[in-house]
Design a binder for this molecule. Structure first.
Ligand SMILES: [Zn+2]
Length: 549
């Protein structure tokens, strides 16, 4: 991993600006942190509300995302209050949250990270904590202590898994005090802690630590087949996509029984390699790469073995049986560990790995489904690397539950704006280029629906990629443009659809198309709508057509 630090860019910045700069560099590297994971801090001299000089910890606020973090997302916590806690033996989570609220420099600032004390108890001026794929690959296997010794000698300290909170922070303080020459602390099945006298030092220490892990992984991967090789033959890309489209409505129905979900289908090469492999089934029963993934993906994915991935009927049957099993197992997991009166929102999977086909990610909207998908990409990478060192290990069911239903993790989700009236719904609007159609599409998007606008090709060419981006920005929901005469389900029309997607610009945008394509087909509307379109050019077709969702 290369350092992205530029002394030119860093020049003239205050320490807090440097922290923002480094945090964004860390956040930009998705193999270090994804979607709200990880946190960073500095300690600096400030003045308190009475103008007295005060040492202050500036630490990431809970729920912020490092890649887009700003200065205001770093609440200040007074260090004398933090260090006073070193006298305690234990502290409850809520007590810790309440205590830290009293120690804030600005009372209205965001809640400081749940890992605040871990930063505060280390004496270094700058501290960076990541969930690096490469390092959790070294720790999430049953030979981890040997592996860490081989890679880092005695330069790092490894700590057994413990949920974030007071006790792990205390433990970090204690082991650091006993080994002050250590260069990093590794939290097994969780991530890294590096530090430095400056933000740059802490950043460079993180990059060096991860680079060494990556080298060890690359060395180990030489000549090795991941996941035990293929167990089933995957159909060619076009056939896979056709099967995925054919089964998507069924899958969406299966996982959306309590609350509607939007799906994202993914058959990128690493996903396909995993989904078709001999070891996928067993690896899908072990657990997440790092604890905070569970709030998006749940503890386990649902693996659906399929006899023939080119046959939609076989895939439908395989997924149905697998989801039923998942629901039974998940309900038992929930009931077996729920000692604190948590509520089961739904027992359905967020990740469905379909043997030989790819995976479906489910979420309340396209963005969330995309997050789930992203996280599972990283999980696959960790699974591949960790199993090259030994048997894959993860959190126990108890440990995973304690994070998945931990109020302090769930708090991050509660920061999201409330769902709009048409959230989780998918609308298809024909004649969407102008007039009533365009107005309807904008209104639906504004109310939270995912909208597929059908407009003629010639207008796409006039309007280009910018139109889609503008439409998305207007409504805050996903828009996609489809040629009014195009049937994306296959044949010549399928080829036209592909061309339309390619014309529409960059990879992200193509992915948006894929999502809407899958999920709108899942709504059951698309086929009907696409067939009807010639007869009802000006009609707006929603959900099951004719205004009904
Ligand atoms: Zn963490």
């Amino acid at each position: 991993m290369n350092s992205r630090w530029s002394d030119g860019d860093a020049q003239g910045k205050s320490d807090l600006d440097l922290l923002v700069y480094a945090s964004r560099l860390i956040g930009a590297e998705t193999t270090l942190v994804v979607w709200g994971g990880g946190n960073t801090s500095i300690k600096q001299d400030e003045r308190d509300h009475r103008g007295r000089p005060t040492r202050v910890l500036r630490v990431k606020g809970s729920g912020s995302d490092l890649k887009s973090i700003q200065k205001k997302d770093f609440p200040g916590v007074r260090m004398d209050d933090v260090l006073a806690l070193l006298d305690r033996q234990d502290m409850g989570d809520q007590e810790m949250v309440d205590y830290l609220a009293h120690a804030l420099q600005e009372p209205a600032s965001p809640r400081p990270s749940i890992e605040t004390l871990l930063h505060g108890f280390l004496p270094a001026s700058a501290v960076i904590h990541t969930h690096a794929d490469a390092v959790v690959s070294l720790t999430n296997n049953d030979r981890s202590r040997d592996v860490l010794r081989e890679v880092y000698g005695d330069e790092v300290i490894a700590l057994s898994y413990r949920r974030p909170g007071f006790l792990i922070s205390r433990e970090v303080a204690t082991v650091f005090a006993a080994h002050p020459s250590a260069r990093a602390i590794l939290l097994e099945k969780h991530g890294t802690i590096c530090w430095g006298a400056s933000v740059k030092d802490a950043y460079e220490a993180t990059i060096e630590l991860i680079s060494r892990a990556e080298e060890a992984i690359a060395h180990r991967a030489k000549g090795r087949t991941r996941f035990g090789g293929a167990a089933v033959v995957s159909p060619a890309a076009e056939a896979r996509r056709r099967v995925a489209l054919a089964v998507a409505p069924h899958v969406r129905g299966l996982v959306g029984k309590s609350r509607r979900q939007v799906l994202f289908f993914d058959d990128a090469p690493p996903v396909l390699e995993f989904a078709a492999s001999r070891e996928a089934d067993a690896l899908c029963r072990i657990g997440p790469a790092t604890p905070d993934h569970t709030i998006f993906t749940k503890r386990l994915p649902c693996f659906a073995p399929v006899t023939d991935p080119s046959d939609p009927e076989a895939v439908r049957a395989g997924v149905t049986a697998a989801v039923e099993r998942f629901v039974t197992d998940y309900t038992a997991y929930f009931e077996g560990h729920n000692t604190e009166g948590a509520k089961l929102t739904d027992p359905f999977p967020r990740v469905i790995v379909v043997g030989g086909l790819g995976l479906f990610a489910a979420g309340k909207d396209r963005r969330t489904a995309g997050i789930v998908d992203d996280i599972y990409h990283h999980t696959i990478s960790v699974l591949g690397a960790a199993t090259s060192f030994g048997g894959y290990v993860s959190l126990s069911a108890r440990e995973a539950f304690d994070v998945e239903y931990w109020p302090l993790e769930l708090y991050k989700l509660s920061l999201a704006p409330p769902e709009k009236e048409l959230a989780r719904r998918i609308a298809l609007v024909t004649g969407g280029a102008s007039g009533i159609g365009r107005a309807a599409a904008q209104r639906l998007a504004a109310e939270g629906a995912h909208v597929l606008q059908q407009i003629p090709f010639r207008m796409q060419e006039l309007d280009g990629h910018g139109a889609g981006q503008r439409a998305s920005a207007e409504g805050g929901a996903v828009h996609a443009w489809v040629d009014a005469t195009c049937n994306p389900l296959g044949g010549e029309d399928g080829a036209k659809w592909q061309t339309a997607r390619q014309r529409l610009g960059n990879g992200d945008y193509v992915r948006e198309h894929a999502v809407v394509l899958v999920s709108k087909v899942a709504s059951g509307a698309a086929e009907a709508a696409l067939n009807l379109v010639e007869h009802e050019q000006r009609a707006a077709l929603f959900g099951k057509a004719r205004g009904e969702f």
